[in-house]
Ligand binder design. Structure first.
Ligand SMILES: C[S@@+](CC[C@H](N)C(=O)[O-])C[C@H]1O[C@@H](n2cnc3c(N)ncnc32)[C@H](O)[C@@H]1O
Length: 317
């Protein structure tokens, strides 16, 4: 079965990479772009329509299935270079291509793809019964089932509370620890029933397992560390005038992006405290461009886009 992913804010993201209207774009210039989160290539394929034959697009994903799809694309388009790695390693991975400091734009469309959520055997979804896996790169590392089998009550509580902002985190953690003494928690349904047993009156329309599943997924894939480590690298490897465009899907991610963008687009506050003349104060490395959210039509067509926020940053020339 073919699993699809609807790219979020497709046109807005692609035009932000050029910082100009796509209709007036010159398609002859050589450009170098990086898509750190290929998924099913929705954004990459759209971008390829606007870049010249001698341009390059480096695509990353940690998911082996996404990489298979990316390789299919690279067979029919020689501008595409596929790298199976976390986006946090983009500096090391791109070093040998001699493109560092010469990159025109980097895209990060964070979180999970629809195919990851839709395939029960990936264990990401509380709606589908499957093995409790949740690894984006399921070729290595520890599954969340394995972690839950040995983590302490306090560790489980902290993860659910910190990465899910779940107010029932302690009750859920206690239940998990009690249930795993009776039998291992190996499937998504088994985890869902632990949660449903302790959350009785959740908000209407919101599944009681939403926050816990989000928390465990973020934790086991180290998603926030990946993002925090990548932001300074991205700034450093883009060329002057280069664009960093990031779509986040929840407040934990967006907070990191927003704080970083504010930091690099403002004069370092340290200079307010030392007696130094204005001309000696280094200018900020970048400037914030737009913040964009999906319009009503997109949210109607693709409800998954409703919490998306696209933030764009440009390196100062
Ligand atoms: C929301 S999807 C991207 C969808 C893509 N823009 C499209 O249009 O098809 C996120 C993808 O990023 C990948 N991913 C998430 N975190 C990653 C990381 N730290 N390094 C590499 N890939 C990552 C996931 O495996 C997933 O395939």
């Amino acid at each position: 079965m073919e699993y699809q992913h609807n790219p979020v804010m497709l046109k807005q993201l692609i035009s932000s990479l050029f910082n100009k209207n796509l209709n007036i774009l010159s398609k002859n210039e050589k450009k170098i772009f990086v898509d750190g989160t290929f998924g099913r290539g929705g954004h990459s394929k759209e971008l390829l329509k606007f870049i010249s034959p001698n341009s390059k697009l480096f695509v990353f994903d940690r998911d082996p299935q996404a990489i298979l799809e990316a390789k299919k694309l690279s067979l029919i388009d020689n501008r595409v270079h596929v790298i199976h790695a976390c986006f946090s390693s983009m500096r090391e991975e791109l070093y040998n291509f001699g493109v560092l400091k010469n990159i025109d734009g980097i895209i990060l469309d964070l979180g999970v793809s629809s195919p990851q959520l839709d395939q029960a055997n990936r264990g990401f979804s509380f709606m589908r019964n499957g093995p409790l896996d949740m690894r984006m790169d399921n070729s290595c590392g520890m599954t969340i089932a394995k972690w839950l089998s040995s983590a302490t009550l306090e560790e489980i509580y902290k993860v659910i509370s910190k990465f899910g902002e779940e107010r029932h985190a302690f009750k859920i953690a206690k239940k998990i620890v009690a249930v795993r003494q009776l039998h291992p928690i190996n499937t998504t349904n088994e985890l869902v029933s632990c949660i449903s047993d302790v959350i009785k009156n959740n908000k209407p329309g919101k599944h009681p397992a939403t926050k816990t599943f989000q928390a465990l997924r973020i934790f086991i894939n180290k998603e926030l560390e990946e993002l925090s480590n990548t932001l300074p690298t991205a700034i450093d490897i883009l060329k002057p005038g280069g664009i960093l465009a990031i779509i986040s899907f929840h407040s934990l991610e967006d907070r990191i992006v927003k704080k970083f963008y504010n930091k690099v687009s403002n004069i370092d506050p340290i200079y307010k405290k030392i007696p130094i003349s204005d001309i000696n104060i280094p200018s900020p490395v970048a400037k914030k461009l737009k913040k964009i959210t999906p319009d009503k039509d997109e949210i109607k067509l693709n409800p998954r886009s409703r919490s998306a926020i696209l933030r764009i940053l440009q390196i100062n020339s």
